[in-house]
Design a protein around this ligand. Structure first.
Ligand SMILES: NC(=O)c1ccc[n+]([C@@H]2O[C@H](COP(=O)([O-])OP(=O)(O)OC[C@H]3O[C@@H](n4cnc5c(N)ncnc54)[C@H](OP(=O)(O)O)[C@@H]3O)[C@@H](O)[C@H]2O)c1
Length: 237
């Protein structure tokens, strides 16, 4: 039997790197994408019984997305994992004013939407046949409880609204793809120790990803379009 395949965006650091590490260790074929191959970090050094294929991809470049899909035409992708995301320029605390009321940077908001909201839908459009041809047929998006209308009021306008819109887009995608047997999962990884951490995150990437991988494994058509935290709690939104 052939190995299952996962495609991970933003695989060079943080949660995306940890997803790649764990799937590889579990024997999967991992198509690990990153926008800057010269900045591969620890990705190059990953090792495991699976197969690692590293591909350049800036998720805001739709021609690059189409090109990658064409290069992998005919290859089934069991899990399309939309992980890449930004809050804004780094270091984040030094730039967060740019998305506070009174000092909004609207071009930044546009860039955040291209990355966090448009890219996962464009990836789904480009890779839907690869996913439909697989055994597991799953599309996953990493969202945030910051995007919930009821759970939180974090006043980072660009980031928060990008995740709210992502959730709605993925919910619509779930209903559109149900008849093709494709499940869509929306997950919050928790507040995780990555570059997005403001210094107070408590969840380690390995624990977040372990929980998320379990939820992805259990994802079924009946749950498609639901929003869950990495520990399995349903997020009200
Ligand atoms: N950490 C948390 O507490 C937390 C909480 C809720 C949700 N999330 C979500 O979890 C996901 C992963 O975040 P993280 O915590 O691992 O953050 P991270 O350490 O900042 O990693 C983000 C990844 O996304 C990539 N990326 C950004 N823009 C891209 C683009 N245009 N094209 C391709 N890749 C791009 C980055 O690449 P570069 O290295 O090239 O910048 C990096 O690999 C994000 O969607 C985030 O919103 C995180």
């Amino acid at each position: 039997m052939s190995r299952p395949t996962v495609l991970v965006t933003g695989a060079n650091r943080g949660i995306g790197l940890e997803f790649s590490r764990q799937y590889l260790a579990d024997g999967w074929c991992v198509i690990a994408t990153l926008r800057d191959p010269a900045n591969a970090g620890d990705l190059d050094a990953l090792d495991g019984p699976g197969e690692l294929v590293i591909e350049p991809l800036d998720v805001t470049d739709h021609d690059q997305i189409d090109g990658l899909a064409a290069r992998h035409a005919g290859q089934p992708i069991d899990v399309l994992l939309n992980n890449a995301g930004i809050i804004g320029p780094v270091p984040i605390p030094e730039h967060i004013e740019q998305q506070h009321f009174g000092s909004m940077d609207y071009l930044l908001w546009d860039r955040v939407l291209w990355t966090n909201t448009f890219a996962p839908l464009k990836m789904a459009e480009a890779f839907v046949e690869h996913v439909a041809a697989s055994d597991q047929k799953k599309i996953v998006a990493l969202s945030s409880t910051v995007g919930s209308l009821v759970e939180r009021d974090t006043a980072a306008f660009a980031y928060a609204t990008s995740k709210t819109a992502l959730n709605k887009a993925m919910r619509l995608l779930a209903s559109v793809l149900k008849e093709r047997g494709i499940s869509v999962g929306i997950f919050c990884p928790g507040y995780v120790q990555t570059r997005m951490d403001f210094g107070t995150a408590e969840v380690k990437p390995e624990d977040s990803v372990k929980g998320l991988r379990g939820l992805i494994a259990d994802l079924e058509l009946a749950d498609s379009g639901t929003f869950q935290r990495y520990n399995g709690e349903t997020v009200a939104w």
